[in-house]
Design a protein around this ligand. Structure first.
Ligand code: ADP
Length: 507
């Protein structure tokens, strides 16, 4: 068994390396930081390794920025601000559009980079690039619609004008699960309205962010407007502290875990910075007796297993009404066996890449053993995959109850725990017991129930008979401890704007 795993893993790595090495010499493969329009080494010349998630094999060494680099990047962004904020909205729009065009032109290379450093299947990586680019397109359009107001006056000799102005320098900290899309969703909005940014990408996936810096440079985005400083896991807290406390920074925008978000909010409080936070979720996926079973299973598969279960809107717990429960479990397991293939992201057959790192695997293992010790049954999967590394078997647990870890903490892996419920009130109560509320899904064909449940679920995003919700036109964000603010949509620019009231008197 062990030996089979070794050879399978070696084959997977060979196909991965072949695809990745086709990037060697690519202008998009960058390893230095991008600050003030220049590619620079970290202060002191430190570097850290970027590893392919399954094997731990080294893909590249990138600049390991520390707090001094962070200060320099903030300074560069601050110096880039006066020119950028007075550029016309049409000028900013045109540059964002050029950046978008370059992303689309280079989408295949960008996708390979994501698959190499994140592990997700190549067609999902391509999907991410198109999705990421769509935020630059969307915000290039929104740039020209940052309207103020003229408000009716209560006094005849005054007029009231409301201006929307860029807040200033924004610090952006992004996660590894969507290394391109989380960057463009934030930076697109910030740049559109006239802010400049410093981006700190996740230590696992800095190559995608650096490739986007190369394309921003090629698009002609002026020096200092867009800066990227990669940093290792050990340098990250100090870099994060500078990005959230430096007086030259006006706003922070973060996507990641709730625990890290709280640290950053504490840092930001001293200088009262505006903060937007996209934090963890615990998405309920509710299937009522009246649901279209096939539609529910298709939605469940898409919502649970995209990115190998590593998205913050992934279904975290399946609540299934007793009348449809057994049929749902049976169909879901069939679909898992038929549609899911674990392997290298570069293999065309693969739908489930490796998990990002060993910690992620341990978390899934721990949730499974906790659930089993409390009475859950493993219907399929349940352990590390024979490919080895951080590959994991797609898993479904039944007999799950609300006292298990897998229903209380975000999984971020290919684990589908199924709970049986009796009444609508019971399902809504279980869903709303969470202290987070990002996405929620439910399947029903009862119109009155659809209105009731959509209104009652304590989440920021609801999928009714739909498992894939993200699009630049719609607002993305959560309630409770899932965060602050909304990204994408016409609301996505608000986190980077100040509202100024101008009173004209003496008229
Ligand atoms: P995960 O546990 O899924 O990796 P994190 O919240 O730790 O989620 O990571 C999301 C982003 O936050 C990454 O860019 C990571 O480097 C960054 N990060 C983690 N800890 C800190 C910190 N103390 N200060 C600033 N950024 C941090």
């Amino acid at each position: 068994m062990l030996r089979r795993g070794f050879w399978a893993m070696r084959a997977a790595h060979q196909s991965q390396n072949a695809a990745y090495s086709s990037l060697a010499g690519s202008a998009l493969l960058r390893s230095q930081a991008y600050v003030g329009g220049r590619w620079v080494e970290a202060d002191g010349g430190g570097v850290f390794a970027v590893q392919e998630p399954a094997s731990g094999q080294r893909l590249a060494e990138v600049a390991d920025c520390g707090p001094r680099d962070a200060k320099a990047a903030v300074r560069a962004a601050y110096e880039g601000l006066p020119g950028w904020r007075v550029a016309t909205s049409k000028e900013r729009s045109n540059l964002l559009r050029k950046w978008y065009d370059l992303m689309m032109k280079n989408k295949d290379e960008l996708a390979k980079l994501i698959t190499a450093e994140n592990g997700k299947p190549l067609n999902e990586a391509l999907g991410e690039i198109v999705y990421a680019a769509s935020f630059l397109e969307w915000f290039s359009e929104e740039a020209r619609r940052v309207y103020g107001d003229v408000v009716p006056t209560p006094s005849p000799n005054r007029r009231i004008l409301i201006l929307k102005q860029p807040i200033g320098v924004a610090s952006i900290i992004t996660p590894w699960n969507f290394p391109s899309a989380m960057l463009t969703r934030k930076a697109g909005a910030a740049l559109a309205v006239g802010c400049t940014v410093v981006v700190k990408p996740a230590e696992d996936t800095p190559l995608s962010a650096l490739a986007l810096a190369e394309l921003a440079d090629q698009a002609g985005i002026p020096a200092g407007v867009f800066n990227v400083i990669p940093s290792s896991k050990s340098n990250t807290p100090a870099v994060g502290e500078v990005l959230c406390t430096d007086p030259l920074v006006a706003a922070i925008s973060f996507t990641g875990s709730t625990a890290t978000g709280k640290i950053l909010l504490r840092h930001a409080s001293d200088t009262v910075k505006k903060a937007s936070m996209e934090l963890g979720g615990l998405a309920p996926f509710i299937v009522f007796d009246s649901a279209d079973l096939d539609l529910a299973v298709a939605g469940a598969m898409a919502s649970k297993f995209r990115n190998t279960g590593q998205t913050c809107v992934c279904a975290n717990q399946f609540l299934v009404q007793e009348g449809i429960h057994d049929a749902f479990v049976e169909k879901m397991v069939k679909a898992m066996h038929k549609d899911l293939r674990v392997g290298s992201g570069f293999d065309e057959q693969t739908t489930q890449g490796p998990l990002i790192n060993e910690r992620a695997v341990e978390k899934v293992e721990n949730q499974i053993s906790d659930a089993v010790s409390r009475g859950a049954c493993i219907v399929t999967g349940g352990k590390r995959h024979s490919l080895g590394g951080t590959f994991f078997e797609p898993t479904l647990l039944s007999n799950v109850t609300t006292d298990m870890l897998c229903t209380q903490e975000e999984t971020f892996g290919p684990l589908a725990p199924v709970l049986k419920f009796r009444t609508e009130e019971e399902a809504v109560a279980i869903a709303n017991a969470a202290n987070v509320g990002l996405a929620g899904y439910f399947y029903s064909r009862d119109h009155a129930q659809i209105w009731r449940v959509a209104e009652q679920l304590e989440v920021g995003i609801v999928g009714v008979n739909e498992g894939m919700l993200s699009t630049p036109e719609a607002p993305f964000g959560g309630v409770k401890q899932s965060g602050l603010g909304r990204e994408g949509s016409k609301y996505g620019i608000d986190d980077f704007l100040e509202i100024k009231y101008v009173c004209f008197g003496g008229l």
